[in-house]
Design a protein around this ligand. Structure first.
Ligand SMILES: Nc1ncnc2c1ncn2[C@@H]1O[C@H](COP(=O)(O)OP(=O)(O)OP(=O)(O)O)[C@@H](O)[C@H]1O
Length: 325
């Protein structure tokens, strides 16, 4: 059974008398020992979708569908059960570690906090021991527990955030743009660390990024979101190297790698912007920006269907992809 399973999840914000359908009918799953990347430009609904895993969406949001963590639906469980699930079963690494840590508290105290809160048997001594183990697990010396956040580099702070997310031994970790604020070398180190933790601890991880090249190296599978929907989903290298949806192709081309043949052909960026939720055009939501759009794309919304390419374990929502109807 998948550790995280989302079935037909939609999220609508009610704001200024308007309904804003930020996520529309998403179905996906993540197994233990697997990293799923969620890609897409700003505003495509990545954070809104993953906020439902720990039921962290704002009060103005209505969620429909099922969000099953280890088989239990987070959308309908009592708040007591949601609180017990957070940290212990599922936790989150937020973007911008620089600002998430309390500047006047030693990092050891901050990592120990969820341990003391969730483990009724934990003592200060046992929590301190666990903090040392966690710091070493993320590649920092145990004695850094005595450091204040300002004494750490950006990459070290992000490692602390990962240690904190792992403090109560969760099976599922959601990381929202965990490396965006870091330079490229440190970003690669933090992503390597996360990949090894997934394999060593058997975690299920959801990694959000607008950068498909980052996800292609760090994830097993990738789901590409556009205008609140998944438009392509499949093995990371297949989605990045031979995208079936023109939007995935544009995202892959928007972040060229040195030495990549695609670099010569890649546009400097994708023209235009994603539609605002509620103003999604008829037909395929990507058609106004799609260089390959045909009349059918303007008239008929494509379903997310299995690809027919040999060996492809992939879904795409595009009339021009070879999909199984
Ligand atoms: N609290 C809210 N109230 C109303 N609309 C919201 C709220 N939060 C997000 N939205 C809208 O929902 C849509 C999806 O936003 P979301 O933040 O989930 O996208 P994203 O892909 O995670 O973007 P980013 O990469 O910038 O975080 C956007 O149009 C956004 O303006």
């Amino acid at each position: 059974m998948a550790l995280l399973e989302m079935r037909d999840v939609s999220v609508t914000y009610r704001t200024g008398g308007l309904d804003v359908p930020a996520v529309r009918g998403v179905t996906l799953s993540v197994d233990s020992g697997e990293t799923l990347g969620i890609a897409g430009e700003s505003g495509c609904g990545k954070s809104t979708l993953t906020s439902t895993v720990l039921r962290m969406q704002p009060k103005s949001a209505t969620v429909t569908g099922e969000v099953l963590v280890d088989g239990k639906d987070v959308t309908t469980m009592t708040w007591g059960k949601v609180r017990a699930l957070r940290w212990a079963q599922a936790s989150m690494v937020f973007q911008g570690a620089m600002h998430a840590l309390n500047p006047v508290q030693k990092i050891g105290v901050q990592i120990a906090e969820p341990i003391l809160l969730h483990d009724k048997k934990a003592t200060h001594a046992s929590a301190d021991k666990r903090v040392g183990e966690l710091l070493e697990m993320v590649g920092l010396p145990a004695r850094r527990a005595d450091a204040y956040p300002h004494q750490l580099s950006g990459g070290q702070k992000q490692r602390v955030m990962i240690a904190m997310a792992l403090a109560c031994g969760p099976q599922l970790v959601v990381a929202d743009e965990p490396t965006t604020a870091l330079d490229v070398m440190v970003q690669a180190q933090v992503l390597d660390l996360m990949a090894s933790l997934v394999k060593d601890l058997g975690l299920a991880m959801v990694l959000i990024s607008h950068d498909l090249s980052v996800l292609s190296s760090a994830c097993d599978r990738i789901a590409v979101m556009y205008a609140g929907q998944i438009v392509e989903e499949g093995p990371a290298t297949q989605v990045f190297d031979s995208p079936a949806h023109p939007y995935s192709g544009a995202l892959a081309g928007a972040f060229p790698r040195i030495g990549d043949a695609r670099f010569r052909y890649a546009p400097s960026g994708l023209p235009g912007d994603p539609p605002f939720p509620g103003e999604v055009p008829d037909g395929c939501s990507f058609h106004p920006r799609c260089p390959r759009a045909i009349d059918r794309c303007r008239a008929e919304e494509p379903a997310l269907l299995q690809l027919t390419r040999p060996g492809a374990d992939r879904r795409a929502a595009c009339h021009l992809a070879e999909v199984r109807a």
